[in-house]
Design a protein around this ligand. Structure first.
Ligand code: PMP
Length: 390
């Protein structure tokens, strides 16, 4: 058996898709013009499939801060946080995040994926029990596998199912780790965090919330779903990413001072290079922008409402609630592929997401909204979907 033989079915599928036109897997955006516009091949496109929720990728202050750090601190740290990769600015960003979240400490990681890996794999070791929402992100599943914990999946967004499973654990529930997300990235739905926090209060355990898609998007100050629902004190650790609202790359966790111990035991923290100085500088700048410009969040939600209601009026099947993530449910993979290509012809780029990356085996055209979209751009996206209905 050859080294790559097991991939033959995927290669054939990809070739089959490519033979009939543009391929949706790893699509190259040939040029990027702004937070909302780019070019694929000869088509100028509106970017409606990013995680650029606040539209800060081209924010002038973030760019200037990144450029200044590039010039003064160089292109990269060339080392891990543990060795030579913790600069003053990495620590300053940790302080910024701790202050923003009003928590004793924050730890910066190289990506959101490694933030989950670094925190969860270290806590969820062989002796631990993890109860996780069935729809949790791959990084959370991978973290549990790396740590070696016993994994118990509960039904997506079902606090009663969580409670049932915790009751079965008896006294062990008191040490269990519960993991959920804020906004779920595929359907745009949110965790029933009030009910989950209530279960934790009654039965014990520790609660970790990945606010990757809700940070900057929800809550009075943008801290996420836990802030929006007033249950921050019930959440032990919040993890998140710099690759969505913060418009860069990297990840973080905020929690109690005891979390500091993980810096000396977390392999995904210790054995990978730290984010570059320019990355850290642009993130610090965008965090300030999030604090100082709450109106960005209002614009984001206005745009989300406009897109959701526009597509709903056309009769499309969407996610359960209005959210910056607007999934359009397709009847089949073939229909999804046809729609995805036709949307590009109409200058609109969304993400085609196929099972097993999607819940319940659905094929989705995952649209996402940015505060940087103009009303005219949102209407163009709706019009493109309308033309496909006709
Ligand atoms: N958590 C969730 C819920 C995510 O959706 C993602 C990325 N899409 C991550 C973590 C990983 O973040 P990053 O891209 O920074 O690695």
């Amino acid at each position: 058996m050859g080294l790559y033989d097991k991939f033959t079915p995927y290669i054939h599928y990809r070739e089959h898709v490519q033979a009939s036109g543009l391929c949706p897997f790893g699509t190259c955006i040939d040029e990027i013009y702004s937070a909302t516009e780019g070019r694929i091949g000869h088509q100028k496109i509106i970017l409606a499939g990013t995680n650029n929720y606040l539209g800060l990728t081209f924010n002038p202050q973030a760019i200037a801060s990144g450029q200044a750090a590039l010039a003064s601190q160089g292109t990269g740290t060339t080392g891990s946080r543990m060795a030579n990769g913790s600069y003053g600015t990495h620590l300053a960003l940790e302080q910024d995040l701790a202050t923003f979240f009003n928590r004793p400490t924050a730890i910066v990681f190289s990506t959101g994926y490694t933030a989950n890996l670094g925190i969860i794999s270290t806590l969820a070791d062989h002796d631990a029990i993890v109860l996780l929402d069935a729809d949790c992100h791959a990084s959370i599943y991978d973290a549990c596998t790396l740590g070696g914990a016993d994994i118990i999946r509960f039904r997506h967004n079902d606090a009663r199912d969580l409670e049932r499973r915790m009751l079965r654990l008896g006294a062990r529930a008191r040490e269990a780790i519960i993991i959920v997300e804020g906004i779920y990235s595929m359907l745009g739905d949110v965790a029933p965090l009030v009910d989950i926090a209530d279960v934790k209060r009654r039965l014990g355990g520790y609660l970790i919330v990945d606010e990757a898609h809700s940070f900057g998007v929800m809550g009075h100050t943008g801290r996420g779903l836990a802030e929006a629902l007033g249950v921050e004190q019930d959440v032990d650790i919040i993890t998140g990413t710099f690759s969505k609202s913060l418009a860069s790359v990297g990840g973080f966790a905020v929690g109690s001072l005891e979390m500091e111990a993980l810096r000396y035991s977390s392999r995904p923290y210790i054995f990978t290079a730290s984010p570059s100085p320019s990355t850290i500088a642009s993130v610090r700048s965008s965090l300030r922008t999030i604090s100082q410009h709450p109106a960005l969040r209002e614009t984001l939600w206005e745009n989300a409402r406009r897109l959701y209601q526009g597509l709903e009026k056309l009769g499309y099947t969407l996610g359960p609630n209005i959210s910056p993530v607007v999934p359009v449910v397709m009847g089949s993979t073939e229909e999804g592929l046809r729609f995805w290509r036709n949307l590009i012809e109409k200058h609109v780029y969304v993400n085609l997401v196929l099972p097993p990356a999607t819940p319940a085996g659905k094929t989705l055209l995952r649209c996402s909204v940015s505060a940087a979209h103009s009303k005219a751009q949102i209407d163009t996206i709706i019009e493109a979907f309308a033309a496909l209905k006709r």
